[in-house]
Design a protein. Sequence first.
Length: 357
Amino acid sequence: MWSFVLGTILRQWAFLAIEFLVGSKARRNLNVSRSFGDDALGYFTARLDPAPTRVALAAVLHRAKRNKAFEDCRFVGLALDGTTGGRRRKKGCPLCRPHRNAKKEITGYRHHLVLASVVGGDLILPVDVETYGPGDSEYRAGQRLLARVRQNLGARFIDYVVVDGEFATAPFLHTAGKAGWPVVARLKENLPELLRAAEKRFRSRPPALVFRDNTDRVEIWDADDFDPWESLQWETVRVLRYRQHKPDGDVVEAYWLTNLSSRRISRRCLYHMAKSRWHIENEGFNDAKNRYGLGHIRHHHERSLLIVWLLTCLALTLERLYRLRYLHRGSHPVRAAINLYRLLLLTLSLPVVADSS
Ligand SMILES: [Zn+2]
């Protein structure tokens, strides 16, 4: 497991690459006691129980909080989002979901997961994943994930949940409510009545707030007395609309719904909470897929896929806490992930010096 975590941090995630590392002279510096083949990793991940890794992830986050990693951050969020993992021509495990073309013919199989990340200031820390196979859905997986994170992290760790429009359904919002967490969700066409009502109301009004967010000018519309749709057991719904004017003339507009009251959370704060949703896109999936191989299947087995995804989360969370918080204690600026990675690579070839202090 240690080799796997190291391999992820060193961006050598393929099992063959890990086999090469632990079989090389670098093994002493990696603190791995013996070499092994890539098949051992396949065998190992297919038989590992995911529960202890999930508990370990929660423990890392609790320790980070005790050590004041979130000190500068007023509100800590939990961002949930779904994505596609490995693609395969042929069905190979119970998680394989058929992918169809326009004629409804099966053209291949894909793997799907929902990722939960803790979002607080500059920290975006993946905390758990939930898979869903054929016959299941992203939004049901999201509810299971939410309930488990609530159990492993506790209610008080999180101040709010932030999600995209497909999670903005009554059962999901109620699950979050049961966990004790308010939700900030994107308001899209899947809730046409509420969206029309908000568009109508805000169109005829000047913005309630205008401010600068770095180089952008942001206009905010906000009202907290919209009617909930029929199945939603909220008293009222608060809707926020922002128009973000970029320096190049581009305008980004979005609607968000929430049950955070305007007495408790200011417009500006709510805007930043909504924006934290994009972190999971950029520093969750994009980073994990492009740099840490999240989208690749290493061993096509249901359990192995889940374990690999969970251990990738663990490695990413450890790397970010170490780099952004622990290493920051010196006088040097915070290192970029790529620079720490290069430094680590360079030290692999150095002779080990015994430190007797
Ligand atoms: Zn599969």
